[in-house]
Design a binder for this molecule. Sequence first.
Ligand code: AMP
Ligand code: MN
Ligand code: MN
Ligand code: MN
Length: 284
Amino acid sequence: MPHSIDLHTHSAASDGVLAPGELVVRAHRAGISLLALTDHDEVNGCEEAHSTALTLGMRFLHGVEISVTWSAMTIHIIGLGIDSDNRELQQGLEKNRHFRSWRAVEMGRRLEKRGIPGGYEAASRLAGGRIVSRTHFAKFLVEKGLASDVRAVFQHYLKPGKAGYVSGQWATLEEAVAWILAANGVAVIAHPARYRLTAGKLRRLLQQFIAAGGAGIEVVSGGHCEQDIPHLATLAKRHGLQASVGSDFHDPDYSWSRLGMIPQLPPECDPVWQQFLEKAENRV
Ligand code: AMP
Ligand code: MN
Ligand code: MN
Ligand code: MN
């Protein structure tokens, strides 16, 4: 079911495979009229994406997906409509990227201890000088023939408790939301159903997020099942949160997410993008 709005996508500026401009061209061809680029802990693809969107007459939001350590687990917070030049945001993301660089070396070391050398060098090469993600390590391990596909690699090597996993020391929830607000953006919890939280813990996350100034959750996500949607729509309404939609697209050859190929938002939801469309109209 195609959707004309996609507010969660990745480019080669983080762990996606398309250059930011290529991503925008593909999104335009897929019928998307409002797109956000939300790379992991990085905003430097936004400018190229924005200028391509302008040439195509497509609406574009600068975005980011910030890694957060909350309750000893990793949570992702999306910033939408951010000023990507904002100093506070830039400095915050720099801190997360600093941890990322250290973690990549440590992941390489741990894999080597398990008899798999060369992971750090290969992942860095695949990242091409940009941020190193677990996705880059996953590609290396698949190339080595250690697992059949990326999903299996995560299962056996890269998820918590496995040989190559290094626990997160990312930003706090409050920091990430504060950086997004400092950059005039709107904070949204990415793919809340993927964390497999108990109802009580999810409630606690939402309350803490709202107290920090967070405004929305992804009700529709490429990382969710169809059954998650009504449940998340109800939660959003109960907590007065706006609803977002995003494919979490990374790679045209990888099937878990397709640009814009996500279900529609249930009608009772308050769409997070409404404010951006209104802002654009007021400017005209
Ligand atoms: P990182 O931020 O470097 O820890 O990497 C997280 C990224 O790894 C996510 O954004 C996904 O792109 C990817 N990822 C996480 N879990 C899986 C999985 N089970 N299968 C495929 N990709 C995954
Ligand atoms: Mn990713
Ligand atoms: Mn994510
Ligand atoms: Mn993502």
